[in-house]
Design a protein around this ligand. Structure first.
Ligand code: PEP
Ligand code: MN
Length: 337
């Protein structure tokens, strides 16, 4: 349930209610708005009677949240969350583009890509050092050496880094290097990994699993939020359907649906969403028009030589074109780039 405090409630009044919630064996999460504070109450609500909270001083209302996700819901936090990633704000008026190679391969590859995507207007650099590959015979990533190369690219360009973590034991190491830690589609419901990431002081990019319902997607976000990490950005990256002409089906419906149900930012990955470099620009335009807060796009200086996902990587010049088109669509709906 959520407790809506009266607008005249002071910090001490809020803390008094928080203390009572905790004494009742539940957890309190604060959401401070401009007008008033909302307290999200998490735990087994059967332990309490509504009146034990509604009669406390300066409590305006106690409302049950009927959805299975609580902290991720708009009922808990009506205003959009804006997540700061190395000084770049995701979820505000600016549409943020994250770009870079699928995998970190060599120093030259990652630094050249970082420089070219930055020059074209990307705000953050992506690159996988730990790769969740379908085949055990495919390139699995450079591991910590890859993280070091990303850190070098950050030093050279000033771009913050987005990179994936696959296992709980590697969370601290990856979080040390990354500015935004990615949970890949395959791990969206790895609840142990989510719990580890909920204890980390870095924002998390949570990619939707190929077969996850919207509820399951938001419940995974709830693991991060309820564990103590409220810096969560969602990512739609395509789902499995019967179509075979694209790698996945980019479910853009989920963008406005998430905006209705949740305060969390959502970005779109048109590279994995389509699997085809020739569809990335049109689907990026569509994603921004649908209300996405940004994009994460694969770019490679020589896609034909990429160790992974070359067929869905843009060349630097195609990426420049993407940025031009994204700028126009963003401007048409009152957003900046
Ligand atoms: C990736 O971003 O390179 C990746 C593997 O993404 P996903 O988890 O969406 O497949
Ligand atoms: Mn990839």
């Amino acid at each position: 349930m959520i407790i809506v405090m009266e607008s005249k409630a002071t910090e001490a009044d809020v803390q008094y209610v928080v203390k009572r919630v905790e004494e009742l064996g539940l957890k309190a999460h604060l959401s401070k708005g401009v007008e008033r504070t909302i307290i999200g109450v998490i735990g087994d609500e059967r332990l309490i009677q509504k009146e034990q909270l509604s009669l406390l001083p300066y409590v305006e209302n106690v409302i049950p949240i009927l959805k299975p996700y609580k902290l991720a819901s708009r009922d808990f936090k009506p205003l959009d969350s804006v997540i700061d990633v190395a000084g770049v704000k995701i979820g505000g008026t600016e549409v943020v583009v994250i770009a870079g190679p699928c995998s970190v391969e060599t120093e030259e590859q990652v630094i050249t890509t970082a420089q070219t995507v930055k020059a074209a207007g990307a705000k953050l650099l992506r690159g996988g050092a730990y790769k969740p590959r379908t085949s055990p015979y495919s390139f699995q990533g450079l591991g910590e050496d890859g993280l070091k190369l990303l850190a070098r690219a950050r030093e050279k360009t000033g771009l913050g880094i987005v990179t994936e973590v696959m296992e709980s034991v590697e969370v601290d190491l990856v979080a040390e290097y990354a500015d935004l830690v990615q949970v890949g589609a395959r791990n969206m419901q790895n609840t142990k990994l989510l719990r580890s990431l909920s204890k980390v002081k870095k924002p998390v990019l949570l990619k939707r699993n190929f077969s996850a319902t919207l509820n399951e997607f938001l419940m995974s976000a709830e693991y991060l939020l309820s564990g103590g990490n409220d810096q969560v950005i969602l990512c739609e990256r395509g789902i499995r359907t019967f179509v075979e002409y694209t790698r996945n089906t980019l479910d853009l419906n989920v963008v406005p649906a998430i905006k209705q149900l949740s305060h969390l930012p959502i970005i779109v990955d048109p590279s994995h969403g389509t699997g085809r470099h020739d569809l990335i620009i049109p689907m990026s335009r569509a994603a921004i028009a649908a209300g996405a807060d940004g994009l994460i796009v694969e770019v490679h200086p020589k896609p034909a030589e990429a160790y992974s996902d070359g067929e869905q990587s843009l060349t630097p010049s195609a990426f420049q074109q993407l940025m031009k088109e994204v700028k126009s669509v963003a401007a048409a709906i009152g957003r900046t780039t």
